[in-house]
Write a protein that binds this ligand. Structure first.
Ligand code: C2E
Ligand code: MG
Ligand code: MG
Ligand code: MG
Length: 287
């Protein structure tokens, strides 16, 4: 019966209380065990410099390998946030992403940046800056090579606390990106004050480009605004060559999306990075 209703998440919010309680407990137990059973995986999606076409960084994206299936983050992260499980899970993500970034940087010599998503619940931990600092120390990763992504709605909702934490993180040398930028109802006055390095333009802005003239103007204006505020800008969800051309024309700094590279397991990313580094070296010797 649960299966016929689709994913577990649906069951958790089902109005059928009996089924909900049982399924919630089951999922919770399974998720508790996910860490010790080593069922969590990080996928990595490349981020590119729009001007040079070079890889700048990777975003670590969490997956749960459960009973032979890869569960996407939106199917278990809300649940992990409700139960507080996101705290140990998030700590694992930080450690693993930092470890992996350091390995790749040492192996290739490429100045790769690693972006890690932080949830609101993690941001609420009084020792979050210490956790980040510990993950950096343990891995040996240069703090400048780590970026944390925080969703705009979270930053708006908890503005004072968020600004405080973001400042602490930046003092460590870590950079901060505002995720899903443009859909979180930031006030313009507040944006100016945010201690951030980058906006990640929500992919909804790109969807109708280049067909919708209005959306093109809006995206161009948001890119220009970031530049005037002296904040970097990354376009998320780049799915077509036309969208990429648009971003280049409007001097967007960085881009990420299926057109450029899908999220992939560590081995796949490592191989892609090796090829990229070799190609860049070839170009350099020709110059
Ligand atoms: P996000 O941080 O905004 O990540 C971008 C999402 O867009 C990813 O989905 C990625 O696979 C997807 N994406 C990338 N390029 C394209 C594209 O061209 N087209 C489309 N349609 N989608 C694209 P994913 O991996 O399912 O992650 C969903 C969300 O889950 C993330 O959104 C993030 O908010 C959250 N998440 C993922 N990993 C973590 C984590 O380790 N910790 C926390 N707290 N949240 C995470
Ligand atoms: Mg993100
Ligand atoms: Mg997000
Ligand atoms: Mg996003």
């Amino acid at each position: 019966q649960a299966k016929s209703l689709g994913r577990n998440r649906v069951q958790v919010f089902n109005s059928n209380l009996e089924a909900t309680t049982a399924d919630t407990l089951k999922l919770e137990n399974e998720l508790y065990k996910a860490l010790e059973r080593n069922e969590l995986r990080l996928f990595y999606q490349p981020q590119f410099d729009c001007r040079t076409g070079r890889i700048i960084g990777a975003e670590a994206l969490l997956r749960w390998e459960h009973q032979g299936k890869l569960v996407p983050p939106l199917d278990f992260i809300p649940f992990a946030e409700e139960t507080g499980l996101i705290v140990p899970i998030g700590a694992w993500v930080l450690r693993e992403a930092c470890r992996q970034a350091q390995v790749w940087r040492m192996d290739t010599g490429w100045p790769l940046r690693m972006a890690v998503n932080l949830s609101a619940v993690q941001l609420d931990q009084p020792d979050i800056a210490d956790q980040v600092s510990a993950a950096l120390k343990r891995s040996g990763l240069d703090p400048k090579a780590l970026e944390v992504e925080i969703t705009e709605t979270v930053v708006v909702r908890e503005s004072l606390r968020a600004a405080d934490v973001l400042t602490q993180l930046r003092q460590l040398g870590v950079s901060v990106a505002i995720d899903d930028f443009g859909v979180g109802y930031s006030s313009f006055g507040y944006l100016r004050e945010l201690p951030v390095d980058r906006f990640k333009l929500d992919r909804s802005f790109l969807q109708a480009i280049p067909h919708s003239a209005g959306d093109c103007r809006l995206a161009a204006a948001l890119i220009a605004m970031a530049h005037r505020l002296e904040v970097g800008i990354v376009a998320e969800g780049v799915e077509t060559a036309e969208q990429m051309a648009f971003l280049k024309t409007h001097q967007c700094d960085e881009a990420q999306g299926y057109h450029l590279g899908r999220p992939m397991p560590a081995e796949g990313f490592a191989e892609m990075l090796r090829h990229h580094v070799q190609a860049a070296a070839l170009v350099a010797t020709k110059d």
